[in-house]
Design a binder for this molecule. Structure first.
Ligand code: PLP
Length: 379
C-alpha cells in the first residue's frame, strides 16, 4: 500500500485526537455564547474552559487571552500604534527581518514608521543593532518571533525584552511556531503581547489568540468592532468549536510537550546525520538554538520547488521555505536576511516533524533524497 509521509508540521500539524473530540462535541452545542439561556451558557462554558486551557498552557492569566481567527489576525491586532504604556504611545514599529509575512505587513503602522532589525548569519536577531535602532526616535512597538518558521532559530527574547523595555517600548512576540515545541511561559518570557495559533499544535485551523501579558498596557481600539465579544477586544460570535479544539490541543501539548520535544530532537539528529552524507548540503542556523522539529537545508544547483514536487511524487510532503509563500517562487526573505547566497537559497527545503513522526519517516526521506539529489542537481 502507498502510504504518505508528512514532514511539513510547521505549515500545519495534523489534528490531535483530543482536539478532534473537543471540536465534534462542541459542534453539538447549539447556543450562542452571548445568549443568557441554557444553550447559550453551555456554549459560553466551552469558550471559557478553552480560555483557561490556553492560559494554563503558557502560564498566562485567563482573561489575558483574546481569541482570534488565527495567528495572522492576532499579529494584526497586536501591531497598532495606539498601545500605550505609562501614557506614551508607540509611534513606530520595529520588526526583525525574519518575521512571518503577517508581521512584516506592519498591521496598522504607516510604512514610513516601520523599521527592520537585522539578524546574524545564523538567523538570530542582532541585539546590538536593535539597541541602536531604539536609541533615538521615541518609544517603539517591537515585534520579534520566538522561533522562526523556516530555520527554527530561537530568538533571544529575554534579552530583547530588557532592551525594548529599557527604551520605553512594548514587545510583541509571535509564539506561533514555538508553542508546544519549546517551553513558552509568559511569566518568564518578558513579552507584553504574545500571538498563538491553534493549528500548529494540532488544533483546528482558523483559530488563535492574542495574549495581553502586561496588565498596564492601555488597549487600542479593537481591530474588529461590533458586538462586545471578547470583552470588546474582538467582535464577532465566537468560533466555539474551533476554540474548544484549540483549548484541548493546548492542554494536550502542555502535558506531552517535554516528551514530544525529546522525540522530535532525536528525529532531527537522525535526519541531519543522514543529510551530512550528501556532499555539499548546507543545514541553516545550526550554530543557533533551534526548534527540535525543524531542519532547513539546501544543496547548490537544486531548485526547491522541483525537489518538493519530486518528493511529493514519492509520497513525502515537505516545504520549500514558508508554506504561506509557497506558490510564489521567490527566495526566502529569511535566508536573504541571513545573507545566504540567492542561488543556494533557491534550493532550500524545510523538513518539519511532530510527535507522530516516526524514525521510519526520516529513513524514508533520507533514502529518497539519496536517490533524487543527484538527479535533481543541475550539471
Ligand atoms: N506566525 C508564524 C511564525 C507562522 O508560522 C504563521 C503560519 O505559518 C503565522 C504567524 C500565521 O498563523 P495562522 O496560519 O494561524 O494565520
Amino acid at each position: 500500500m502507498f502510504t504518505r509521509t508528512y514532514l511539513d508540521w510547521n505549515a500545519t500539524a495534523p489534528l490531535r485526537a483530543e482536539a478532534r473530540s473537543a471540536v465534534s462535541s462542541a459542534l453539538e452545542v447549539s447556543g450562542n455564547p452571548s445568549s443568557v439561556h441554557t444553550e447559550g451558557r453551555a456554549a459560553r462554558k466551552l469558550v471559557e474552559a478553552a480560555r483557561a486551557q490556553v492560559a494554563n498552557a503558557i502560564g498566562a492569566k485567563i482573561d489575558s487571552v483574546v481569541f482570534t481567527s488565527g495567528g495572522t489576525e492576532a499579529n494584526a491586532q497586536a501591531l497598532v500604534p495606539s498601545w500605550s504604556l505609562a501614557g506614551y504611545a508607540c509611534g513606530r514599529l520595529v520588526v526583525s527581518a525574519i518575521e512571518h509575512p503577517s508581521v512584516l505587513a506592519g498591521g496598522r503602522f504607516a510604512t514610513p514608521d516601520m523599521l527592520q532589525a537585522p539578524v546574524t548569519s545564523d538567523g538570530v536577531l542582532d541585539l546590538g543593532k536593535l539597541r541602536g535602532l531604539l536609541r533615538t526616535g521615541g518609544p517603539a512597538l517591537v515585534s520579534v518571533m520566538l522561533a522562526n518558521n523556516e530555520t527554527g532559530a530561537i530568538q533571544p527574547i529575554a534579552e530583547t525584552a530588557a532592551i525594548v523595555h529599557e527604551a520605553g517600548g512594548i514587545l510583541h512576540v509571535d509564539g506561533v511556531q514555538a508553542l508546544g515545541r519549546i517551553p513558552l511561559n509568559v511569566a518568564t518570557l518578558g513579552a507584553d503581547l504574545v500571538t498563538l495559533s491553534a493549528h500548529k499544535i494540532g488544533g483546528p485551523k482558523g483559530v488563535g489568540a492574542l495574549v495581553v501579558c502586561n496588565a498596564n498596557l492601555q488597549l487600542p481600539p479593537a481591530l474588529i468592532r461590533g458586538g462586545g465579544q471578547e470583552r470588546s477586544r474582538r467582535a464577532g460570535t465566537e468560533n466555539v468549536a474551533g476554540i474548544a479544539g484549540f483549548g484541548a490541543a493546548a492542554a494536550a501539548s502542555a502535558i506531552k510537550g517535554p516528551s514530544e520535544t525529546k522525540h522530535m530532537l532525536r528525529l532531527r539528529d537522525r535526519l541531519e546525520a543522514g543529510l551530512a552524507a550528501t556532499e555539499g548540503v548546507t543545514v541553516f542556523s545550526t550554530a543557533a538554538a533551534r526548534l527540535p522539529n525543524t531542519t532547513l537545508f539546501a544543496l547548490k544547483g537544486i531548485r526547491a520547488e522541483t525537489a518538493v514536487i519530486a518528493l511529493d511524487l514519492e509520497g513525502i510532503a515537505v516545504s520549500s521555505g514558508a508554506a504561506c509563500s509557497s506558490g510564489k517562487v521567490q527566495p526566502s526573505h529569511v535566508l536573504a536576511a541571513m545573507g545566504v547566497n540567492e542561488e543556494l537559497a533557491r534550493g532550500a527545503i524545510r523538513v518539519s516533524t511532530g510527535y507522530a513522526t516516526k524514525e521510519g519517516d526520516i529513513d524514508r526521506i533520507l533514502e529518497t533524497w539519496r536517490k533524487l539529489s543527484g538527479v535533481l542537481r543541475k550539471p
